[in-house]
Design a protein around this ligand. Structure first.
Ligand code: SF4
Ligand code: SF4
Length: 377
């Protein structure tokens, strides 16, 4: 099985190698310029292989896939959003390999960073669309306004709506990736009262969309999804919300370093208290880790240095649908919304006061998490 898979990947990479790359620089040059050694690159490839669920024998193939990541053209479309996803990837001054790979992909069109504007930008766009029809990867950042024919978002001198442009581009795409919670689920634009009728892009397309939510999503999850498409020539297995299982298969809570304190009933009662100083669990100051599927607690951010919970604030559930509405209040346990029915907060309070046994707490945790929609197995 492994041999057959390996063979398939190698054939695919060889095919991709025959296609033109993005320019004169190889990934080796790019890494060297940024002081990243071959050894570091292979270490990164090993962690990426593990994240994708591949054994260590696949590490060299993953490295090769990264090396040909400039062969598949990417069109990056901005719809209704804040550009935070692009900013977080592009504005780093100590680039990780993920950031560098992202800079190295064959980005044919990206509103924020391209030099062209106006008519010239439109021309470039149409050219890329025609030239790479069927094999381009479409990455979309932002939700799509649908109310009144989508007129709340228009592009360029022809005032084409985002809705039209998205549909037209999706027709030419070989793979579609919704980057960030806005394009996956509508994001803040879709929060009540959602005046523009913004939705996640899968709602208006009739092709499969891979959702890579997060506000912003980690570079690892974006690059991992692109690498998966390069390696397999197919889309990854997904959960109920079309999120790749390799990245969104577990809850934040499952691998959190504060989990021992949750199980022991040790909670931060308010920011700055001795519980906070001692690194206790942040559930009672609003952590939504038990309800949130993502790999932040395992992969972290900024070259694996830290993540929000490590820095002292609870997870706000940014990779879940409608999190702006569903997960509020952000600094309090869920109380008055749909999750209240499971009595999770009352249980946590009780834990804080009486320090129940580990078994009792485990039951509380399971009560809380079993009420969530589980990803498809
Ligand atoms: S509730 Fe939050 S801080 Fe506490 S263990 Fe779970 S994820 Fe970690
Ligand atoms: S810890 Fe939670 S809120 Fe923070 S990035 Fe991860 S999923 Fe989003």
């Amino acid at each position: 099985m492994n041999d057959a898979l390996m063979q398939k990947m190698k054939e695919r990479i060889n095919e991709l190698r025959k296609l033109p790359g993005v320019g004169s620089k190889t990934i080796k040059d790019v890494l060297e310029e940024n002081g990243i050694s071959r050894r570091d690159f292979l270490k990164w490839s090993a962690s990426m292989a593990a994240m994708l669920g591949l054994s260590s024998s696949f590490v060299p193939v993953v490295a090769e896939a990264a090396e040909v990541s400039d062969r598949l053209p990417v069109l990056w479309l901005h719809l209704a959003e804040c550009t935070g996803c692009s900013e977080s990837l592009l504005r780093t001054d100590t680039p990780s390999v993920d950031d560098l790979i992202f800079n190295y992909i064959n980005l044919q069109y990206h509103d924020t960073i391209m030099a062209a504007a106006g008519w010239q930008a439109e021309e470039n766009y149409e050219e890329a669309l025609n030239k790479f029809k069927g094999r381009l990867i479409l990455c979309v950042e932002g939700g799509v306004p649908t109310k009144d024919g989508g007129e709340y978002l228009t592009f360029g001198p022809h005032a084409e709506t985002g809705l039209e442009k998205l549909k037209r581009t999706a027709e030419a795409a070989g793979a579609i990736i919704a980057v960030g919670t806005c394009s996956a689920f509508g994001g803040i634009q879709a929060a009540a009262p959602n005046p523009t009728g913004a939705v996640g892009i899968h709602k208006v397309l009739n092709k499969p969309v891979i959702n890579v939510p997060g506000c912003p999503p980690s570079a690892k999850n974006i690059v991992g999804t692109i690498l998966y498409v390069i390696l397999f020539g197919a889309l990854p297995a997904v959960d109920n919300f079309n999120r790749p299982k390799f990245a969104y298969g577990l809850r934040i809570h499952d691998l959190c370093e504060r989990r021992g304190h949750f199980d022991a009933g040790e909670f931060v009662e308010e920011f700055g208290d001795t519980g906070a100083e001692n690194g206790f669990c942040l559930y009672k100051v609003g952590c939504k880790g038990p309800y949130t599927f993502n790999n932040c607690s395992r992969e972290r951010f900024n070259q694996h240095t830290s993540w929000p919970v490590q820095a002292g604030h609870g997870c706000i559930g940014c990779s879940e649908p409608d999190f702006w509405d569903a997960m509020k209040p952000y600094e309090k346990p869920l109380a008055d919304n749909y999750l209240a029915s499971i009595d999770a907060d009352a249980t946590a309070d009780k834990i804080g006061i009486t320090i129940l046994t580990v078994a009792g707490v485990a039951i509380a945790a399971h009560a809380a998490i079993s009420a969530m929609k589980n990803p498809k197995e």
